[in-house]
Design a protein around this ligand. Structure first.
Ligand code: PHE
Length: 340
């Protein structure tokens, strides 16, 4: 037994000198001091030792256990310290290094104009309604007083998905959806993407429009003009005036083209207004009786006006952008200029 105790003590000494990590230490500790470890096994063997030898052997064994515990404890402390030091060294951060550059983004000019328009018109009591981009022929044309053989269909080059489905060419399609579902008073604003087979410096096959519709008792062209004056001043500056020119849209009667006085030259004539002093900004008119009737609204009781404008066009005018493609290319050098 004594020999065994000595042997174990030597084993512990040998093992301890090899220990490098706390994981390793735990394993060795368990091997000797654990419940099923070597020292516990010796303790169990005490039962077989003659009674007179037990006290002295017991003492020796307890002393061994105590020494082992102390050795492991002091080693554990040493190893933990070393490991912590190593971890600190590895995870050291240099607080004097410059931070990573996180450039902040900016709203796209189209988004800026859209937000500004929504804010101006919601200030006048308009609610936003967004219709679908894929429309039935009925909503985009027929219900807007443009039946299949109507020459006005040629005003817009339409992308058809099937004989009945198309990519909407105008947000006016949303007017019908609103009037079918809501009875007057109606005051809605309908922003969204529209599609036409058209492509040059001032046209794109996909662009955005903002439609407005007001229907109530006693609405006149004067209401339209007054509201547009207010809108033009807010978006282009307090000095601008508006004028209405006769025009044609199948779903409005009378129809007008709305110009604003050139905010660049004050109306004297410059490159922006092509020397005319006026800039065309939108189409509008009084809602055609047939359109109201088709939506179940009595045109002898109610009247209304509608207007529609191209958001890219407004953005180009407002920010002096000469090519519409700049609005779709996503070039950061261009977009950076709109940082608030
Ligand atoms: N939908 C017309 C267009 O796209 C614009 C418009 C809207 C005209 C509402 C009159 C009334 O050209």
């Amino acid at each position: 037994m004594k020999d065994k105790i000595k042997e174990i003590e030597e084993q512990i000494n040998a093992a301890v000198s090899d220990i490098q990590t706390s994981k390793n230490l735990m394993e060795i500790k368990m091997k000797f001091l654990g419940k099923t470890g070597e020292i516990s096994a010796l303790m169990k063997n005490m039962r077989d030792v003659p009674a007179e030898e037990r006290p002295s052997l017991g003492k020796i064994l307890n002393a061994l256990r105590q020494r082992a515990e102390e050795r492991f404890a002091s080693l554990e402390e040493k190893i933990k310290k070393a490991e912590l030091k190593k971890r600190y060294a590895e995870e050291k951060i240099d607080v004097t290094l410059p931070g990573k550059d996180m450039p902040d983004g900016a709203y796209h000019p189209n988004t800026l104009v859209r937000q500004e328009l929504i804010s101006i018109f919601s200030g006048m009591g308009f609610e936003v309604f967004e219709g679908p981009e894929i429309e039935n022929d009925y909503y985009n044309f027929t219900a807007l007083n443009t039946p299949a053989d109507h020459p006005a269909r040629d005003m817009q080059d339409t992308f058809y998905l099937s004989p009945d489905l198309l990519l909407r060419t105008q947000t006016s399609a949303g007017q019908i959806r609103v009037m079918e579902n809501k009875k007057p008073p109606i005051k809605i604003l309908s922003p969204g993407k529209v599609y036409r087979s058209d492509d040059d410096a001032t046209h794109s096959p996909m662009f955005s429009q903002m439609e407005g519709l007001v229907v109530d008792k006693g609405i006149t062209l004067c209401d339209l003009k007054g509201m547009l004056d207010e809108f033009a001043k807010k978006i282009f500056g307090s000095g601008v005036k508006t004028r209405l020119r006769p025009s044609y849209f199948p779903f409005t009667e009378p129809s007008v083209e709305v110009d604003v006085s050139c905010f660049e030259c004050g109306g004297k004539g410059c490159r922006l207004c092509k020397g005319t002093g006026w800039i065309e900004v939108l189409g509008a008119g009084m809602v055609n009786r047939r359109v109201l009737e088709g939506c179940g609204i009595d045109p002898d009781v109610y009247t209304g006006f509608a207007f529609g404008m191209g958001i890219e066009r407004i953005a180009m005018l407002k920010y002096g952008i000469n090519n519409m493609k700049l609005l779709f290319e996503g070039d950061v050098r261009f977009l950076k200029q709109f940082k608030g």
